[in-house]
Design a protein around this ligand. Structure first.
Ligand code: ATP
Ligand code: MG
Length: 485
């Protein structure tokens, strides 16, 4: 039965001549790692592993159906201390691969029956993401057409076409303007002139509209009243009650005065909505979620252990049991229809400070065959994190301060000092990885950030003496740095 439904999607796709269903940017593992390298320093093992599983999904999709069905994704657990880039890798990966991706914290979920989100909402959210993705693609595909239709509607409001009656011309048909009774049977010279005038004006207006020169002018249009769409807090139910009720009730239209630019945007949206086949969007999205969806399960270590425990532990084992079928492959009912989770890729991550992956339920461990360790960040790594990533931390602060006319320059020895102190505080107090750089930079730049607007413009050089002077009192004192850095 499932195969049958898959086949249906395929033929629909072929007929519509759409782009291939799944990941379109087929990056090789090497390319994926190279992209990740732009944002994340080190952690090569983890980068390689995620790159390989992502590529494997693409490889699988190239195979014949029978074999495809046999190949299930190899899920990964990323193990590493806090602040070394686990979440960051997942976040960047999501942007790279053009697949539906969601990130959830395992701690958000509770065993069925307890207060909290149920694990099936993971899959519902994944489908929601897929729908948004496909919808955005389809909207982009019809955008030109929708914009032209919207501009035509605005044109008709600004300068309606007179009714031509017997004069009906090809142009009139194309424009299809509203009916105006007065000029109906009037065939006089005067009327013809008037009509020619109107047409000329329309041509001019049309040109102005598409150039955007009128975008600031105001116009009254009718739009759907979105404020009167209560959702009744029904998100947890697989059924879209609010959506069903909403579609049964007549749409309430309100008149709004908006700029022509805004009217173009609103009407383009409305026209695009008419051009998109929602059923096709849903089918494609479900298939994409099933076949290439990626779920990033963060903080998985926080639900490990706790079997037979007390207090807040009581539901941990339960959450694991609930997650298991989803990871193992089951069918989840969503408001768009049933979604199979067999081929969804799961990437889990956790610090595993107090427990080990072996504290997870054996069944669950088995569903995550690939383990990668992320390394602690060394002083040198910290230095590179300050400098190398695209839009690195230092660049961010430079840009922020430049807004107030203060130019900041980070000297080599200043950067050394920042990395050294971060490393030192990480060793002496808690190791919070790269997050330490944020706290330290905030502290070092505190006064500058405060004074910048009043400070006359100028160049400020942040070198070792500057850094040490700002941190002198805190960095030396362990107790103090625990609070401040
Ligand atoms: N290797 C790295 N390269 C560049 N930036 C990093 C690296 N590691 C961490 N960071 C930065 O540090 C911050 C925290 O990293 P991230 O959220 O990935 O931590 P995490 O490993 O998920 O930690 P936790 O276990 O606490 O969730 C982010 O702003 C991230 O950009
Ligand atoms: Mg994290």
């Amino acid at each position: 039965m499932d195969e049958y439904s898959v086949d249906i999607h395929k033929t629909e796709q072929d007929e519509n001549q759409e782009q291939p269903l799944l990941e379109r940017k087929e990056l090789t593992p090497r390319q994926i790692v190279a992209e990740l390298d732009k944002h994340i320093v080190g952690q090569n093992e983890a980068k390689r592993s995620v790159a390989v599983v992502v590529r494997n999904r693409y490889r699988r999709q190239q195979l014949e159906q029978g074999l495809q069905d046999e190949i299930i994704p190899k899920n990964i657990i990323m193990i590493g201390p806090t602040g070394v880039g686990k979440t960051e890798i997942a976040r960047r990966l999501a942007k790279l691969v053009d697949a539906p991706f969601i990130k959830v914290e395992a701690t958000k979920f509770t065993e069925v029956g307890y207060v909290g989100r149920d694990v099936e909402s993971i899959i519902r959210d994944l489908v929601e993401t897929a729908i948004r993705m496909v919808k955005a693609e389809r909207t982009a595909a019809v955008e030109d057409q929708a914009r032209a239709a919207a501009e035509l509607r605005i044109l008709d409001m600004l300068q309606p076409l007179p009714n031509k009656g017997k004069l009906g011309t090809a142009i009139g048909n194309i424009f299809g303007g509203p009916v105006h009774e007065e000029s109906s049977a009037d065939n006089s010279e005067e009327a013809k002139n008037k009509e020619a005038d109107i047409r000329r004006r329309r041509v001019w207006l049309r040109d102005q509209l598409s150039k955007g020169t009128l975008d600031k002018e105001l116009l009254e249009i009718e739009v759907e009243d979105s404020s009167s769409n209560p959702t009744f807090g029904m998100e947890g139910m697989g059924i879209d009650m609010a959506g069903i009720l909403g579609s049964m009730m007549p749409k309430k239209m309100i008149k709004r005065k908006v700029s022509i630019g805004e009217a173009k945007r609103l009407l383009t949206q409305e026209e695009a909505e008419k051009l998109i086949d929602n059923e096709e969007v849903t089918q494609t999205a479900i298939q994409r979620a099933e076949q290439s969806g990626i779920v990033f399960l963060d903080e998985i270590d926080k639900i490990a252990g706790g079997q037979g425990g007390h207090g807040p532990d009581v539901s941990r084992g339960g959450v694991q049991r609930d997650i298991l079928p989803i990871v193992e492959g089951c069918t989840v009912m969503t408001k768009y229809g049933p979604v199979k989770t067999d081929y969804v890729l799961f990437i889990a991550a956790g610090a595993f400070h107090v427990c080990k992956p072996s504290d997870l339920m054996p069944e669950l461990q088995g569903r995550f065959p690939i383990r990668v360790n992320l390394d602690n960040l060394s002083k040198d790594d910290l230095r590179r994190i300050l400098l190398e990533p695209e839009h690195s931390l230092l660049q961010q602060y430079q840009a922020l301060l430049a807004v107030d006319g203060v130019n900041v320059e980070f000297a080599e020895d200043g950067i050394d000092a920042l990395a050294e102190i971060a490393d030192q505080v990480n060793c002496n107090t808690d190791n919070i990885g790269a997050r330490r750089l944020h706290t330290i930079l905030e502290k070092v730049l505190e006064d500058l950030l405060y004074d910048a607007p009043e400070q006359a413009s100028g160049l400020i050089r942040i070198d070792r003496p500057f850094v040490e002077e700002k941190l002198r009192d805190v960095a030396q004192n362990q107790d103090l740095s625990r609070f401040i850095l």
